[in-house]
Each structure stands twice: as structure tokens, then as C-alpha cells.
Unconditional design. Structure first.
Length: 260
């Protein structure tokens, strides 16, 4: 379970351009929950993920992961608890390493790393099993450098890497936004399947309002560093994008325009 208690993040503190990115946010993500976050640019969505991952320092409040206070833990110490897939497919994978070396590196996330990534036959077989369902042929290219893959293929690899060691929380930062519609749909479907199969606690940012309605079991809308709306699965079930625009007013209208 992930808990944020009175979390406050301020950028450029005590300067003329001081900006409150998170303003006294309280949020609990139960084990196995899949929460989707929407909001316009600057609403605080990415800062929310950064605060959980450890890359945004809090001015006040606490971050707890499975009842462990990790507020003061640096990013590398939280790596074994929080895994993240970014919008840019190039960020989550190492271009110079092969597919199997990337996966082996992810397998060791949060552990002490030696100089050698041991990959035996059993592990290679496991990697093939994980990649085969995507239908992109990655299971037959384990020794190909990740830099030779398309953006969609690299994002699939990044997703598998992020979920390989069953993190306490999976953070998805608009991870389909840079992909073409067909690959985005494939990656999103695979995401939902992996999250459900592994019972992963997941927090996903998206600007795609239809995607926000189709996936997850909870929908949050953020604005000016605060959670303005929190809908559970029952409250969200019969909503359409048009309903969101009507219910959330100007904020959702901006989101609809951004989703294009």
C-alpha cells in the first residue's frame, strides 16, 4: 500500500517564481489498485509520481510504502519499491545493451550490482516467455541491442523491465503518448493484463480521456497541485468523455483538446 500524508512539494522555494507543485496531498493506493490520474499541464501529475519515486523532495508531509516511511530515501534506494515507465521510450532502456541485458539489469533493480549480468538458459527462457505475448518478435531478438528497436518495441521492453521484479508500485508517466495509435493500444492492453496478472499497485498519468475511462479502477483529476476529484470504479463506470467534459467543466475541456 502507498500512502501520501499531507505531501507538499515546492519548486524554487522562497523566490519570486515559487510554485507549489503539490499542495497538502493525501492519497492512499491500496494493494493491487490501478489508479489513473488526469489533469492539464502543471496540475501536479508528474510531481506526484516524482514524489513517490523520490526525484521530487517534499517540503512537508510523508511518503509511506507498505507502512515504511521512505520520505527521506533517495531515488536509488527506492528503486526496488517503485518502478517507472516514462513517456519517452528511449528513457527506460539502455540502447547499447541487448534486450536480454536490459532485462537482466531490471531483474537486479534495487539490489547491489556487480560488473557482470549473469544470463543463463533458464533466465533466457523466462525472458522469451515474458516477451512472446506482445507479438512483436522481441523474444527472438534477445541478443539485439535495444537501440535497434522501434519506439513501440522499446516501450514494450521498458514495461516488461518495470514489472519484472513486481515492484511495490508501478508508475506510468504517459507511457503511450509518444506511440502511434496501434502500438499505443497494444501497449495499453498489455499494461492492463500485466497489472491484473501480477496484482500490481499502479498509478498512471494520461492525457487521453478515453484511456482514463477504459482502464483502471479509480480516476483522479488534479489541478493546481491538489486532487480535485476522486472517482471509484462504480462512479466512473457509465461515464463517457462527453460526460467528463460536462461534469468537470473547463478543466476536462482542456484535457479533451490535449488528447486531440
Amino acid at each position: 500500500m502507498i500512502e501520501l500524508r499531507g505531501l507538499r512539494v515546492v519548486y524554487h522555494a522562497r523566490t519570486p517564481d515559487e510554485r507549489v507543485a503539490l499542495d497538502d496531498v493525501d492519497l492512499t493506493l491500496p494493494d493491487g489498485s490501478f489508479t489513473v490520474v488526469v489533469g492539464t499541464n502543471g496540475a501536479g501529475k508528474s510531481t506526484l509520481l516524482n514524489a513517490i519515486a523520490g526525484s521530487a523532495r517534499s517540503a512537508a508531509g510523508r511518503v509511506l510504502v507498505d507502512a515504511i516511511d521512505v520520505t527521506d530515501w533517495p531515488v536509488h534506494r527506492r528503486a526496488g519499491l517503485a518502478a517507472r515507465v516514462f513517456q519517452d521510450p528511449m528513457v527506460g532502456t539502455a540502447a547499447a545493451l541487448t534486450i536480454e541485458e536490459n532485462l537482466a539489469l531490471a531483474h537486479r533493480r534495487g539490489r547491489r550490482r556487480g560488473l557482470r549480468l549473469a544470463i543463463d538458459a533458464a533466465r533466457r527462457s523466462r525472458y522469451r516467455e515474458l516477451l512472446a505475448p506482445f507479438g512483436l518478435g522481441l523474444e527472438d531478438r534477445l541478443r539485439s541491442p535495444a537501440g535497434l528497436l522501434s519506439g513501440g518495441q522499446r516501450q514494450v521492453l521498458a514495461l516488461v523491465m518495470a514489472t519484472l521484479s513486481r515492484p511495490a508500485v508501478l508508475l506510468l508517466d504517459e507511457h503511450t503518448a509518444a506511440l502511434d495509435p496501434r502500438i499505443a493500444g497494444l501497449v495499453m492492453a498489455a499494461t492492463a493484463e500485466v497489472v491484473a496478472a501480477e496484482h500490481l499497485t499502479t498509478l498512471m498519468i494520461t492525457h487521453n480521456m478515453q484511456q482514463a475511462l477504459d482502464h483502471g479502477d479509480r480516476l483522479l483529476m488534479m489541478d493546481a497541485g491538489r486532487i480535485r476529484l476522486d472517482l471509484d470504479a462504480a462512479a466512473r463506470r457509465d461515464l463517457t468523455v462527453a460526460d467528463l467534459v460536462k461534469r468537470f467543466g473547463t478543466q476536462a475541456d482542456h484535457l479533451l483538446l490535449q488528447a486531440g
